[in-house]
Design a binder for this molecule. Structure first.
Ligand code: GN1
Ligand code: MG
Length: 371
């Protein structure tokens, strides 16, 4: 946890929300690389999360909050096993508080309850945790199977459209400053050689060969809260990107996040690979929830989806590096380039293990499909 720069301002903003008791403590939580998050404790023993929405990324915060409100209400009504976020309204009964600075620039804040007796992880240390994260995201998709997918608005258009992400990267490369352009020559060529992979899932959706489902779109491990004692999944959080999409992106991104042997910005590429034991555990957890509902084409594309999402992340990181680091938060000059190289290495490792991975997927599918 870091020190808070604008303590007085944050303190004032928190008071705009309908919290119980008085503010006792505020801490900056630094896990995401998009929004800024603060954990707020009140003297009535209740904990909250305050978040400033990054409007550079989420252009329409009101639509975003409507999606979240609708999905969390649906989960609460239809899921007796798991919990979901509760939006804490402002004293005016709104789901967003708009802060205006002295130049009348607006920033948007929202608040959630903090789900107590839960933990979240940035690394998967045990197979039990990998299984439970897979199960948590699988359960989320399972519960939302019957949610009318077209009610959801697109909070970030073409978010997991790997084809468009690829085209954007090529444009960014053309426009980039020479100093940065000269550093990515090898990576750009590697990505170009994999161009066909970028269209696989998008084409299946476009041609209606696989269904649109309610998807989370940011299935990193820290987005499943686990029970602190039993380590069973309790709730899925970070619902900003809940939209319609392919379950393959969620599954692939979950494996990418839970089963890489190194952090996303590890520089030593020899450390970056995929941990097959964690992969098996996550896949088991996921399929124990979703196997009965997936189509044959979804199943047969599961292993390649992991490679595709790693490639997509490499593309997005490289695009941001070439465009001057305006999207992802960076702590040092070449962090986005390092992240891109890391994800390309991961994609290569996954490609090599593709058959082994798909065999396990088929095995667990058979095991759980009739449950
Ligand atoms: C961003 O901020 P965070 O960590 O929740 C990004 C994801 C990436 C992830 C990579 C809205 O998520 O798509 O996978 O970074 N979220 C958005 O670390 O772009
Ligand atoms: Mg996120």
């Amino acid at each position: 946890m870091e020190k808070i720069k604008d303590y007085d301002k944050i303190n004032k903003i928190i008071k705009e929300f309908n919290i119980s008791g008085d503010i006792f403590n505020i801490k900056l939580v630094n896990t995401g690389i998009i929004n800024s998050t603060y954990k707020v404790m009140s003297n009535s023993n209740t904990e909250y999360l305050l978040q400033k929405i990054n409007t550079n990324v989420f252009k329409d915060p009101y639509t975003l909050m409507k999606n979240i409100e609708s999905v969390t209400n649906f989960i609460k009504e239809n899921d007796s096993n798991n919990d979901s976020l509760t939006i804490i309204k402002t004293k005016q009964g709104k789901s967003l508080y708009v802060y205006k600075d002295e130049f009348l620039n607006k920033s948007y804040y929202r608040m959630f309850n903090y789900i107590s007796n839960t933990v979240s992880y940035n690394n998967v240390d045990t197979l039990e945790i990998a299984y439970n994260i897979g199960k948590g995201f699988g359960h989320f998709q399972n519960v939302l199977r019957n949610y009318p997918v077209n009610l959801l608005k697109e909070t970030i258009p073409n978010f997991h459209n790997t084809k468009i992400r690829y085209d954007n990267l090529i444009e960014a490369y053309k426009k980039a400053v020479p100093t940065r352009k000269s550093k990515v020559y090898k990576e750009i060529h590697e990505i170009i050689s994999k161009r066909n992979k970028c269209s696989i899932i998008v084409d299946l959706l476009d041609k209606k060969k696989i269904p649109y489902r309610v998807t989370h779109n940011d299935t990193k491990i820290s987005n499943v809260l686990l029970d602190s004692k039993t380590k069973k999944p309790v709730a899925v959080v970070d619902l900003d990107t809940v939209m319609k999409g392919s379950c393959l992106y969620d599954y692939g991104d979950g494996i990418r996040s839970a089963c890489s042997t190194a952090l996303e910005d590890e520089k030593d590429l020899s450390k970056v690979s995929i941990d097959l034991e964690k992969f098996k555990a996550y896949t088991k957890g996921y399929l124990s929830e979703m196997a009965p509902y997936l189509t044959t084409l979804e199943i047969s594309n599961m292993s390649v989806s992991v490679e595709i999402i790693a490639l997509e992340l490499a593309i997005r990181f490289l695009d941001d590096y070439l465009s001057g680091d305006t999207y992802f938060r960076t702590d040092y000059e070449e962090q986005n380039l390092i992240r891109a190289r890391n994800q390309l290495k991961l994609a290569k490792e996954i490609e090599e293990k593709n058959h082994i991975m798909q065999n396990y997927i088929n095995e667990y599918y058979e095991k759980y499909k009739n449950k």
